[in-house]
Design a protein around this ligand. Sequence first.
Ligand SMILES: [Zn+2]
Ligand SMILES: [Zn+2]
Length: 135
Amino acid sequence: MSGEIRDAIEEITIESECTNNNDGHFQSMKKIFTCELCNVQVTSNNVLRRHKEGRKHILRVERQGKTFQCDLCNIVANSQSQLDAHLKSSKHNARLIKKENANQMMKKGVWIIIFGIICIFVNLLLLFKYINNVV
Ligand SMILES: [Zn+2]
Ligand SMILES: [Zn+2]
């Protein structure tokens, strides 16, 4: 029981130490640099620069950039509503239909080629059989 209480007291002291440290830290610094994208606050420009070179930040930038992008038309919109308007536009739908048609054509093309190869193979087989019979 006493151990549990000691643990609890230690937890409280650690917590209060942390908050005191943080408050003192931010109050003593004149400038706070923030990355609004990641909601990160740092106390020096160097740290901010390092943060912006980091993978976490770059990933966020990329993800944000892709939010308003139409990969199909290779178009970047300024806002979600603009992208929505584009996705509903006839221009985008025409591209979408074109792409689907192209995919279907590709599938058909592949099957025609496979069928052609099988035909040639069967013909060759019959030809060899015929030659063997004759000889
Ligand atoms: Zn960031
Ligand atoms: Zn589009």
